[in-house]
Design a protein around this ligand. Sequence first.
Ligand SMILES: [Zn+2]
Ligand SMILES: [Zn+2]
Length: 164
Amino acid sequence: MTHLIEPASSGRAKCRACGQPIDKGELRFGERAPNAFGDGEMTLWFHPACAALARPEPLLELLAEASHAELLDDAASLQRDAETSLQHPRLCRIAGGQRSPTGRARCRHCKELIAKDEWRIALGFFEDGRMQPGGFIHDSCAAEYFGSDEILERVRHFSPEFKT
Ligand SMILES: [Zn+2]
Ligand SMILES: [Zn+2]
């Protein structure tokens, strides 16, 4: 199973981490995985920066091959982000963040309600080839839940308006 990096041949594929289209001609990371629905393999496409946050293992496998790594201008920062993700695996669950639209969701960390309009971080779990919604935590619970202080930048990768 060999992962790949290549310019996107069309603008139709969506990133499996952020859900946004990958522009035609933009470099995309392909994670080769067993086909969940039949024989053979399938390719899951990602923005390389999204893979560093959400799928560190396959991206690090790719970066270990110099011929692949040299295609990427930002290989060093991708490597660093992916290693941080491996050290603190819960960071891979960050799927974005927003002000809570209601006061009904419970924090997955402290189990208390998240007040309306309070900042919350959305969690996702990578299953069946994509990020599945996994609930929310209080922004104030984030440091304890993730065990890292590299949180804000990662939330803003998926939700640029977070806490602005
Ligand atoms: Zn993406
Ligand atoms: Zn909480």
